[in-house]
Write a protein that binds this ligand. Structure first.
Ligand SMILES: Cc1cc2nc3c(=O)[nH]c(=O)nc-3n(C[C@H](O)[C@H](O)[C@H](O)COP(=O)(O)OP(=O)(O)OC[C@H]3O[C@@H](n4cnc5c(N)ncnc54)[C@H](O)[C@@H]3O)c2cc1C
Length: 555
């Protein structure tokens, strides 16, 4: 059955639970609906706690949409001997593939120009993964690494490579929908969610945080949400949230002096399989994705305010220079080759100086009771991959803080909502065969991006031929737009184009696609013409390359 996400009506959230004045009705208020907040919300709600989640933007629209889409063990962390982090990441790599089969796939990776260090590293990587090798779905098995040479190396990578190591990690082609799957799993367990709801300050009474003051960005209204404990899962903004008011600024600690910008570029497809390039101060890869190449990440110190961060043309052109210097492509890449680009700031937990590349990707939990402030926990997620385990530990802590016997965690062995497909590949084939009258690209795409909701989308598409016409080469259809606004809490066209569907994530969509989608959303959501123009302009602005040349590190 489909879980429909409806925006929480903040006015109706009771401040008392009927047993007594001043008793907060909600156990946990999660600030931030990135992967960290969404996973915490799911974990808490599924273990019996009442939960409200607020985000000032859309679900998973910030760092969690800026990733390299890898669910990975973090091979390079072995160099820093972060064996515990690698072991946990490898375990979570397997668990993510198990609980979210439509969203996580094996990703063969070519590592050219290797020596003894890389071989030893990959051997250790395989050994650490041994206990986690066997997946629920045998098609998700990740083989051990091996040496490749000659034509096999050339076939799998850029043409120059004659010898390399081949190893396997996992890729989530659609992190936006995976984050949504965590959040809708929370909703399926009773969590309430409001996006475009900005927490302006945390509410403090005595020596405890008891909730938050919230500005509703859709209606302009102000609200107070009371909770027994607040989880600050604001990603790169965790410090900003604490320092926003005098009552919590004392526990914020010093503001991070430097953050790490990471960006990705999208070009025509350059390599058939993911190929990794290592330099002294960083690494980047060419990863095939939707018939294109995704190149990144960068690792650039950023000294400005988090809210001021923007992807800049300067970051893109600087990265093109690095790629051309290191990757030795047959033809150097130019700006004209870049179809789309995205990025974000890593919420690093380690004070890194300018060596942000060397900073740990470990997650960090701060129970502010240590600073004399009860009712507040800050969680800074280091990796998308480990977010489920991080949430599990966080909710263990919440149970202790609330002095409540929370139920045992089941998230490591329960399918996420909408994901219960034990054998994905045969299921895709069966669905394609069953829906012969529909474009097979569309059927496959719907199963891989909507899981067990795919039949409902196909039924919706069958109700009106206009909804079933493919809009792009991947076979996306207008029915997805209707589905997003009806079932997936997407109040803006940017939510639909960038995060519910892939219509905007290959670069600027065609005018007729924008027009048809906007008209459909407008009818469903009651938009006037002026609003339609605004919504379309926002999608265009978000999908075109930036034109400014501001240097981010100049602050
Ligand atoms: C370039 C790059 C590549 C990466 N690649 C990978 C990868 O391949 N694999 C991997 O495992 N990890 C990767 N990571 C790391 C991973 O993306 C992050 O660890 C993870 O996304 C952090 O999620 P989060 O929920 O903590 O933060 P975010 O996703 O940033 O979520 C924080 C949320 O809080 C909200 N918020 C902030 N302030 C407020 C407020 N006052 N009121 C309400 N809401 C608020 C924001 O709107 C935002 O949605 C990468 C990171 C970057 C930058």
């Amino acid at each position: 059955m489909t879980t429909t996400m409806r925006r929480a009506v903040l006015d109706e959230l009771p401040a008392v639970d009927g047993r007594g004045v001043g008793v907060p009705a909600v156990d946990v208020l999660v600030v931030g609906a990135g992967i960290t907040g969404s996973a915490v919300a799911y974990e808490a709600a599924s273990r019996g706690l009442s939960v409200v989640v607020l985000d000032k933007g859309d679900v998973g629209a910030a760092t969690s949409a800026a990733t390299g889409k890898l669910i990975h063990g973090g091979l390079r962390y072995l160099k820093k001997l972060e064996v515990g982090l690698v072991y946990e990441s490898l375990a979570e790599r397997r668990i993510m593939a198990n609980i979210a089969p439509p969203y996580v796939y094996p990703c063969p990776t070519v590592l050219p120009n290797t020596g003894l260090v890389e071989r030893l590293g990959l051997t250790a990587y395989d050994v650490l993964a041994t206990g986690w090798r066997k997946p629920w779905d045998p098609d998700k098995t990740l083989p051990r690494h091996r040496h490749i040479r000659g034509t096999e190396a050339a076939r799998r990578s850029v043409p120059e490579v004659s010898e390399a190591l081949l190893y396997y990690d996992a890729i989530m082609p659609d992190p936006e929908r995976l984050t949504l799957a965590f959040l809708r799993s929370a909703v399926a367990h009773g969590a309430q969610v409001a996006t475009y709801a900005q927490v302006n300050e945390l509410l403090v009474e005595g020596t405890a945080v008891v909730g938050a003051r919230v500005h509703d960005l859709l209606t302009g209204a102000e609200h107070t949400v009371r909770a027994r404990v607040v989880v600050n899962a604001a990603g790169p903004w965790v410090h900003d949230l604490l320092s926003a008011s005098a009552t919590t600024a004392g526990v914020a600690g010093p503001a991070p002096q430097v953050r790490s910008e990471g960006i990705y570029l999208l070009t025509r497809q350059l390599t058939p399989q993911m190929t990794l390039f290592y330099g002294k101060h960083g690494h980047f890869s060419f990863a095939p994705w939707r018939g294109h190449s995704m190149i990144g990440p960068t690792e650039t110190p950023y000294h400005g305010a988090v809210d001021d961060w923007r992807l800049t043309l300067r970051s893109i052109t600087d990265f093109l220079d690095v790629i051309n210097r290191i990757a030795h492509l047959p033809q150097p890449l130019t700006l004209a080759d870049v179809q789309y680009a995205w990025g974000g700031l890593r919420p690093l937990t380690e004070t890194a100086g300018n060596d942000t590349y060397g900073a740990s990707r470990a997650s960090e939990t701060v129970d502010h009771a240590r600073d004399g402030l009860e009712g507040l926990v800050t969680v800074a997620g280091g990796k998308y991959t480990t977010s489920r385990a991080f949430a599990q530990h966080t909710v263990d802590l919440l149970g202790r803080k609330l002095r409540t016997q929370v139920r045992a965690s089941t998230s490591a062995f329960t399918y996420l909502d909408g994901c219960a497909i034990p054998r994905l590949e045969p299921h895709v084939q069966a669905m394609v065969a069953q829906h012969r009258h529909v474009d097979p690209r569309t059927v496959e795409l719907l199963v891989r991006h909507y899981g067990t909701d795919a039949p409902a989308l196909l039924a919706l598409a069958a109700s009106d031929p206009a909804l079933a016409e493919p809009l792009d080469d991947d076979g996306e259809i207008l029915a997805q737009v209707l589905w997003a606004v009806r079932h997936e809490m997407a109040p803006h066209l940017t939510d639909v184009f960038l995060r519910r569907t892939g219509l905007g994530t290959l670069g600027r969509p065609a005018d007729d696609v924008l027009d048809r989608a906007a008209r459909l959303a407008a009818t469903e959501l009651g938009w006037e013409d002026a609003r339609v123009d605004e919504e379309v302009a926002a999608v265009v602005a978000a999908t075109e390359l930036p034109v400014d040349v501001r240097t981010p590190s100049a602050g």
